[in-house]
Every structure is written in structure tokens, then in C-alpha cells.
Ligand binder design. Sequence first.
Ligand SMILES: Cc1cc2nc3c(=O)[nH]c(=O)nc-3n(C[C@H](O)[C@H](O)[C@H](O)COP(=O)(O)OP(=O)(O)OC[C@H]3O[C@@H](n4cnc5c(N)ncnc54)[C@H](O)[C@@H]3O)c2cc1C
Length: 401
Amino acid sequence: MELQFAPEHLAFRDEVRAFLAAELPQHLRDAGRASPSPFMEVEQALEWQRILGKRGWAAYNWPQHAGGTGWSPVQRYLFEKECALADAPAVPIHGLKLIGPIIAHFGTPEQRARFLPPIVDGTELWCQGYSEPGSGSDLASLSTRAVRDGNQYRITGSKIWTSMAQFADWMFCLVRTDPSVKPQAGITFLLVPMKQPGITIRPIIGMAGDYELNQVFLDDAVCDVDCRLGEEGEGWAIAKFLLENERGGSCTAPRLIADLAHLAAEAAALPCGRGSLAEEPEFARKLARACLEAEALEMTELRILAELEAGRNPGPQTSLVKLVSANLRQRIDELALEAHGHDALQLATQRPLFGNTAPEPVGAKAAQMAMPCYLNNRAYTIFGGTNEVQKTIIARTVLGL
Ligand SMILES: Cc1cc2nc3c(=O)[nH]c(=O)nc-3n(C[C@H](O)[C@H](O)[C@H](O)COP(=O)(O)OP(=O)(O)OC[C@H]3O[C@@H](n4cnc5c(N)ncnc54)[C@H](O)[C@@H]3O)c2cc1C
């Protein structure tokens, strides 16, 4: 298996590096560093998307025919890695990374023409309506009901943990159109407009005080039949394609490696005994272990990449990456709490934590970030498939249990 990058890949990496050095402004790097959640503040996310858009790189995981870059998995990995190392903020993921490639693949020409351009230019934002109260890991049990009424569907039910729904113009949504068949076969994929009387959004405030999550109530909400992706009953297959697309080559290790480098620098500046915290043996041991695990994780991600480049399906390794990266994310947050000690006990709930209006930190800026990151990142072992679900997949497919 070849894990070296080819010369053309290294040239591409240098091109991305030069672009970031020239075009990623300091205030967006500061925002990227001081965002205590997987979701960026919308204003900064869109500003970064516009900069990428000028270079034609906003839809970097879409095929070229749909207005994307058409990059290979290796190019996408290198791009995400360089962005992570440069502290670039996240782009609005629901449109650009999740539903965009799905509409490109499953949409009719009319749907592609209607929905894709506003995602690329950032004029329409999306949210994901999958989970329901009582249907998360067991998603096929979802009960939000859609009934055909002429050229429309009438939808009744409720979605929960809907990230960023308060900003969304559209929700891609799994609904039950046929309760009489086996659960997976009765699910349909709809694109539902959010700004309508049948939709109510109830905020859910997270432990750190962030407002990202919502419960969305659909009470006779409507959606044109033209906004159905695929046929009735094909929703499950489309949802699975989305999950596989999400897993088709991840780039989690570089962000963890970048955060560990920041933590090492902070530890070197924190006094401890006669030296710094970085020299304290127990802390140094934990940090070194986390660094080694992050490097091992990157090797696994590169192995997946090699499989994808060779046109093969990476299989259950993706569950290993999800499990290990989520656990490591939380361990790094615990180390940051340990490093900043009492100063890490502050919990600023005002947002954003960057820019002129940010609250003054007690001690270092990194100390102010430690607790909100720790609290918000508890979610890593839940969203995108919980740890227990990943372990079940590994137990079945790798260990044959
Ligand atoms: C921050 C955040 C953002 C999210 N954003 C979105 C979003 O935008 N859109 C959306 O649709 N959803 C979103 N989710 C929801 C997420 O996908 C679900 O929380 C997740 O799928 C788990 O489902 P659940 O919360 O219903 O927990 P449950 O499935 O009820 O699980 C509860 C516990 O039981 C365990 N468990 C469940 N089934 C099994 C099993 N078979 N074997 C062993 N253990 C099991 C789980 O591991 C977990 O520990 C988000 C969640 C979070 C935390």
C-alpha cells in the first residue's frame, strides 16, 4: 500500500498552502481558534465561504458537473488538512458538505438548477432533519408523517437536535410516507422550506450556553412534490448514501494534531514547579500519548484514502476512525482543562468568543476556551453515530461477533 503523496499531490498541497497564507485573514483564523463548537458562527462561516468561492473552491467535495471542484479524495484530504493547520473556520456544512453532493447525485436537472447554486454562493442555508424524539440510533423507526395532497406533501411530526435550524432556509428531511411496509421501505427524502407557518422552531441551549440545537415541529407543514429527492420509499437508500459520503474519507487527525500543538505551546508557557507544565513528567506523558494516538489515527485515515484512490470501499475502518477520533477529541479537551487548572473553571456564555465584543478572559485566551470546548465536545461521541453504535459495527464486521 502506497502511503506517500505523489509529486502532483505535494504540488497541490503547496498551492493550497500558498492560497491560505495569502487569503485567509487573521480575524478568521482567530475565529476558527476561538469557536468552542463544531459549528462556526454563521457570519464568519459565510465570509470564509465567499473567499473560497472566489477561487472556485467552496464546493470542494462536489463533482465538477454540479459546480464543484471535482477533486479526488486525496485532494480533499490535503485541502482539509491545510485548512485545519491554518486554523481556518468551518464552512456551513449542511449545504456544502451534506446535501449538496446528494442533490448532485440524486436530483433531477431542475432540482440541481434550483438548489445547488444558492448553496455554493451561500444565499441559502440548510439543516438536517433526521433525528426525532425516540428515533436517533434507530433512525428507521422515525414517525414524522408525510401525506400526499395533490402536488404537495402535508407533513406532521417533530425533529430534534436539528443543528442550526434557526438560520436554515431549507431542511433535508426523512419522513414516513407508507406506514404499512417494513420501516426502511416506507421512508421518503423531502426538501422542506423552513420559512412557512407549519414550522415552529424551539431552541435547545447547550451545556456551555451555545444556541445551535433545536426541536423543529412540523404541524401540517407543506412541501411541493417537486421537492422530493428520488421516488417515494427511496429515502432510506439516499440517507445511507449521505452517511457513506460523509464517511468517504475523513480528515479528523490533522485538526487534533493542530490542537495538540497549540496545547503543547500553552503548556510550555505555563509555570509549573521550577520549569513549565510541558516539563512536568505526568502531563508530558499524557500529551505525548495523545500525540502518538493522533499520528496513528492519521495513518489510518491515510490508509482509507489509499483504498478510496484505488477505487475500493474502505469498509469498517471508518467506524474505527469515528470512535478513536471522538475519544481523542474529548481527551485533548480534558488535558486542556488540566493544563489551565482554576482558570479553566470560568465559563463565558456570551458569544462569540472572538472579536471586539468577546468577554475578557481570566488568564490566557486558551483558558477561556477550555471549558466551553470540553462541554460542547461531549457531543462528539453521540452525533454521526454514537460510540456504542460504532463498537457494534466493529464487533460485527471486524471481530465477527
Ligand atoms: C451536538 C449534536 C448535533 C446534532 N445535530 C443533528 C442534526 O443536525 N440533525 C439530526 O437529524 N440529528 C442531529 N443530532 C442527533 C444525533 O444524530 C443523535 O443524537 C444520535 O444519532 C443518537 O441518537 P439519540 O440522541 O436519539 O440517542 P439514542 O439512540 O436514544 O441512544 C441513547 C444511548 O443508547 C445507546 N444505544 C442506542 N442504541 C443502541 C444499540 N443498538 N446498542 C448499544 N447502545 C445503543 C446510544 O449509544 C446512547 O448511548 C445531533 C446530536 C448532537 C449531540
